[in-house]
Structures are given as structure tokens and as C-alpha cells.
Design a protein around this ligand. Structure first.
Ligand SMILES: *Cc1c(COP(=O)(O)O)cnc(C)c1O
Length: 419
């Protein structure tokens, strides 16, 4: 039996060592009960952008908690939600007009799917098919698993999952993917293309060129298909720009954001939609309203943290930090040697594939790698045989360099069968 009643996410308690106990975190480091300071090289599963406990965000949370806690958002609005919505629209790709709050990346995507289907339903158009990209990940609820890649992690749930159309992940030119999308669109019943722009995160840090996203947008537009950008991971500077879509110079019809929305301090998500999608739900007919809510919709404390995050972006050289990290990672990728394959980078995300025989998700090299990284005080979690860095923007060049060296050291050990 475990000596804790806590059931941890994505954890096989039967083989994992006991969890380390985090007692504090600051900047790019997490301190555990034994006093170990660990470099958070993956931003605590991609949420921490400016670093842990950024003073501006922490102060905003303290201030908000003294004034207003959760209030029912179907009866009230409040300043934090209003200002954050305006702030989000100001930094998001142009053309988005309305902000719907929820509380996690998964719910932001569920909301997006419901908006897309509701849009066509309310307009009496028979469009219901969803198209996604191979290797995609959009969350762990039944709906978001359905639109994500299938694998051992969702096998037990397949009886409840719905079918979607899948485009092949782009090879060199991406022509096969674009053709497949065009063909599907011609059927006339596709509602939306749901896509992680530029980087497919949990699917293995798979990266593709902005030009392909632009081309997908063009096809969608020509066929009246909605484009849903899941920027839950890619948003807030991860790919080098505030949102990944802007590198392709496109605007989605619906944009999902969460993770970095509060700088990684509190759970909050938002789904941004065009006026067109909002207006298809706008009516004197109650049956056309958008039927969705989370109990904690637009939590005032979380919204205040989101506002403080925007403030940090406005008042601190965040873009400069991102550019510096991107530049350093690009340099590190040049000399990776032959123990890793497919070195790649987009913005502050750098990834390599380790050369191991069995590269599946359950490949047992992953736990050994994690133990190795842990012994080096690095929080690095391989995705199967893919190892990546996604550090907070406050990370120092020394820390990033050391984390990269540790990855290469691990790769070397794996290639020699020593790990
Ligand atoms: C993490 C993630 C999600 C799910 O977000 P949760 O907050 O974990 O529910 C959805 N989409 C993408 C692209 C993600 O990286």
C-alpha cells in the first residue's frame, strides 16, 4: 500500500519512487522537503512562464483574494474578467471578439468544439465533422481524448470516444497533409479543423513550418470550415511570439488559451471566438444560447492573476528573455553529436529524439532517464524517447546550458546501454 491517499496524474504508483515533496518554488527552481533545489526545465508541465511566484502576479493574487472570491458568472460580471478579456483580445491575433472563460486547457478545447458545432447548428448547416492532425493532444477528458492521438493512454476509453478525421503529420513539403485536408473539406460537412499551431506538444514536440499553417487557414477559409487554434501550450511566448498563429500571419476563428495565461500561478482558461461565432448564438431564442459553464468560470482571483501576467508582459522585457533563450537553444542544437536524432527548436522549446530500440510511450527508458535527471537536480520529463527543454523565461543561460549537457550525457549513456 502507498503511504499517501493521493493519486497522482500520469503516474504508475506500482513502480514509481515516492513523490518528492515540494515545499517552495521561486523563479526557475523548486525546493523539496529534503532541501534539494531543482531546475524546472519544463516549466512544471509548460505552465510557468515568468518563473514561479513572480512578485507582480503573487501580489495581484493576494490583493484579489481580499476583495472578491468566486461569484456566479451567469449572474455577475466583474472588473478582473472584463479587463482581462479586453487585454486578451488586444494581444491575440486580430479578428477575435468574444472571450469565454473556463478553468483548464481541456475545458477550453471542449468549449471550442461546442462553439463550432453550436455555430453551424444554430445556422441550420449540417456540418459536424472535426478534422485534427496526427500526433495531436488536446487534453484528457473524453471529448479532448477523442480529438487527440489514440494510444495506450486512452485505450480503455475508446468505447466512449467519437471519431474524427485525421490529417497526416506534414513530411517535408506538407503536400499530403494539405491535399488530405482539401479533400475532406470538399465533402461539405466539415465543421472545424482543430490544430496545435507550429508545435504538437504531448505528441512528441513535433514541429512544422508556419507556411503550412497559413496554407491550412487558406483551405479552411475557402471551404467555410472553422479553424480552432489550440494555443494552450504554444501561447504566451512559447514558440517565440505571443501566440504561434501570428508567425503564420493568420487568425483562427476560435483560439484556446490556458497554461501560461496566469503565468502558471492559478488554473484559468479562455476560449476566444470571432463575432460571427458569437452572433450565431445571439438570438431572442433561448435554445440558441451557448450551453456551457464551469462552476469556477472567470474566478476573480485567477482573472486577477491573468491581468497581472499581462502587466508583466507590458512592463518587463519578456520578449527579450524569450529571444535570448531561443538564441541559446539554437546554438546548443548545432552540436548534439550522434547519440540523438532530429534536433529541433521552435521559440523556447528545444527537443531531440534519443536513439533507443523501443520508442513507445511506455518505453522503460523514460523512468530511468527521469531518475537520472532527478539525481542531477533537473526537472526534465521525456515523452517516450523525446527529450526536451521548455524553461521558464527567467532561466539563466548557465542553467539552460547545464540542462542541455545533462540531456546529452543521458543520451550518451542510453546509446552505450548504460542507462
Ligand atoms: C496541456 C494541453 C491541453 C490540456 O490542458 P489541461 O489544462 O491539462 O486540461 C490542451 N491542449 C494542449 C495543446 C495542451 O498542451
Amino acid at each position: 500500500m502507498l503511504n499517501s491517499p493521493v493519486w497522482h496524474p500520469f503516474t504508475q504508483h506500482g513502480i514509481e519512487p515516492p513523490m518528492r515533496r515540494a515545499v517552495s518554488a521561486r523563479g526557475a527552481f523548486i525546493t523539496d522537503a529534503e532541501g534539494n533545489r531543482t531546475f524546472d526545465a519544463i516549466s512544471s508541465w509548460w505552465v510557468t512562464t515568468h518563473g514561479h511566484r513572480h512578485p507582480t502576479i503573487t501580489a495581484a493574487i493576494e490583493q484579489a483574494a481580499r476583495t472578491l472570491n468566486q461569484v456566479i458568472f451567469a449572474e455577475y460580471t466583474h472588473d478582473a474578467a472584463e479587463q482581462l478579456a479586453r487585454g486578451l483580445l488586444a494581444v491575440a491575433p486580430p479578428g477575435l471578439a468574444q472571450v469565454f472563460y473556463s478553468d483548464s486547457g481541456s475545458t477550453a478545447v471542449e468549449v471550442a468544439l461546442k462553439m463550432a458545432l453550436g455555430h453551424f447548428f444554430n445556422r441550420g448547416q449540417k456540418r459536424h465533422r472535426i478534422v485534427v492532425l496526427e500526433h495531436s493532444y488536446h487534453g484528457d477528458t473524453i471529448g479532448t481524448m477523442s480529438v487527440g492521438a489514440r494510444g495506450v493512454f486512452n485505450l480503455p476509453f475508446t468505447p466512449l470516444m467519437f471519431e474524427v478525421e485525421r490529417l497526416p503529420f506534414p513530411d517535408g513539403s506538407g503536400a499530403r497533409m494539405l491535399e488530405a485536408f482539401e479533400t475532406l473539406c470538399r465533402s461539405g460537412d466539415v465543421a472545424a479543423l482543430l490544430i496545435e499551431p507550429l508545435v504538437l506538444g504531448a505528441g512528441g514536440m513535433c514541429m512544422y513550418r508556419p507556411a503550412l499553417l497559413t496554407a491550412l487557414r487558406d483551405i479552411a477559409t475557402r471551404h467555410g470550415v472553422l479553424l480552432i487554434a489550440d494555443e494552450v501550450m504554444t501561447g504566451w511566448g512559447r514558440t517565440g511570439t505571443m501566440f504561434a498563429c501570428s508567425q503564420a500571419k493568420i487568425s483562427p476563428d476560435i483560439l484556446c488559451t490556458s497554461k501560461g495565461l496566469t503565468g502558471g500561478s492559478l488554473p484559468l482558461a479562455a476560449t476566444l471566438a470571432t463575432a460571427d461565432i458569437f452572433e450565431s448564438h445571439l438570438s431572442t431564442d433561448r435554445a440558441k444560447m451557448f450551453f456551457h459553464s464551469s462552476s469556477y468560470t472567470a474566478n476573480p482571483i485567477a482573472c486577477s492573476a491573468g491581468l497581472a501576467n499581462l502587466e508583466v508582459w507590458k512592463t518587463e522585457p519578456v520578449q527579450g528573455r524569450i529571444d535570448r533563450i531561443a538564441h541559446q537553444l539554437e546554438g546548443l542544437l548545432v552540436a548534439t553529436g550522434n547519440t540523438v536524432e532530429n534536433p529541433r527548436r521552435t521559440g523556447t522549446i528545444a527537443a531531440v529524439d534519443l536513439v533507443v530500440g523501443d520508442s513507445g510511450y511506455l518505453s522503460d527508458v523514460a523512468p530511468r532517464l527521469r531518475a537520472f535527471f532527478r539525481s542531477r537536480h533537473m526537472l526534465i520529463r521525456p515523452l517516450g524517447n523525446v527529450v526536451y527543454l521548455m524553461p521558464p523565461y527567467c532561466s539563466g543561460a548557465d542553467e539552460i546550458g547545464a540542462a542541455w549537457d545533462t540531456i546529452l550525457e543521458a543520451a550518451e549513456a542510453v546509446s552505450k546501454g548504460k542507462l
